[in-house]
Write a protein that binds this ligand. Structure first.
Ligand SMILES: Nc1nc2c(ncn2[C@@H]2O[C@H](COP(=O)(O)OP(=O)(O)O)[C@@H](O)[C@H]2O)c(=O)[nH]1
Ligand SMILES: [Mg+2]
Length: 242
């Protein structure tokens, strides 16, 4: 049987910071139907880049920022490279093995069906939702409410980083303006809403294992600030020189 995404050229963008222990396993698990894999190492001080170079997969391109610019900026760098290489669908998967490749088909389906421009994973719809630590669930719910209010969209899991974006939607939004650090998913949703893009959520498995998160409790306030600034029409400082 042909995979649902066969008609589209799919690129996976993998932001990575201090992921020397998990990046190889993350890349090794990507299915054969993925055309392009762009890893963006954001000046990790550890062996992240060496671990990527050691993966013998011709689909993998390693980009490295000379200094740390944040996960949002890294994703913009990856989006840009994937667009330049002719991708039709831009998927983001974290470099710490927290996204289940088995959920990829579900994420791509609404795009393949022509029903969405941006598809987000929604961990709250998954039966294993309780794998998420409760403070994450609580903060995530509130940030999703604020994001929905500010954007006019109906999103449940705004903080999930597992997403698929069409190349045409990516070209319609000012990517260079995207908030460069944690909070970028909310800023992206607001930009997409403003551009009239159709957003859908699909259930994805929440994976919590031996990874270490860079997110701290105070980041919830930063994210709320990012949402409020964009809502108020203030353009946050841009992330990237494209
Ligand atoms: N390129 C880049 N990636 C980052 C940065 N901070 C985090 N990441 C990556 O973004 C992904 C999600 O970050 P993480 O801290 O695990 O957030 P969480 O999974 O939401 O707790 C992981 O793959 C990280 O390696 C950064 O400053 N630059
Ligand atoms: Mg993580």
């Amino acid at each position: 049987m042909r995979p649902v995404w066969n008609d589209h050229r799919v690129a996976i963008i993998v932001p990575a910071y201090r992921e020397e222990h998990l990046i190889a396993e993350t890349l090794r698990r990507l299915p054969p139907c993925v055309d392009d894999i762009v890893v963006v190492d954001d000046a990790s001080p550890d062996g992240t880049s060496d671990a990527v170079r050691a993966v013998s997969d011709p689909r993998v391109t390693l980009l490295r920022h000379p200094e740390n610019r944040g996960v949002g900026a890294a994703i913009v760098t990856g989006y840009q490279r994937a667009l330049d290489r002719g991708a039709d669908i831009l998927v983001v998967m974290a470099g710490d093995n927290q996204m289940d490749p088995d959920d990829l088909a579900l994420l791509l389906e609404p795009i393949h069906a022509g029903e969405a421009d941006y598809v987000k994973g929604n961990r709250f719809l998954h039966p294993e939702v309780r794998a998420m630590p409760w403070p994450r669930r609580l903060a995530g719910r509130w940030l999703a409410r604020l994001t929905s209010l500010a954007s006019g969209l109906d999103v449940d899991d705004s903080q999930c980083g597992y997403t698929a974006l069409t190349a045409s939607a990516a070209r319609r939004i000012p990517l260079a303006e995207l908030w460069p650090r944690y909070g970028y998913p909310n800023d992206l949703l607001l930009l997409l809403a403003r551009a009239g893009c159709r957003v859908r959520e699909v259930p994805v498995r929440p994976v919590y294992a031996n990874e270490q998160s860079g997110v701290r409790p105070w980041h919830a306030l930063v994210v709320a600030g990012v949402i409020l600034r964009r809502w108020a029409g203030v353009t946050p400082r841009g992330s990237a020189v494209l």
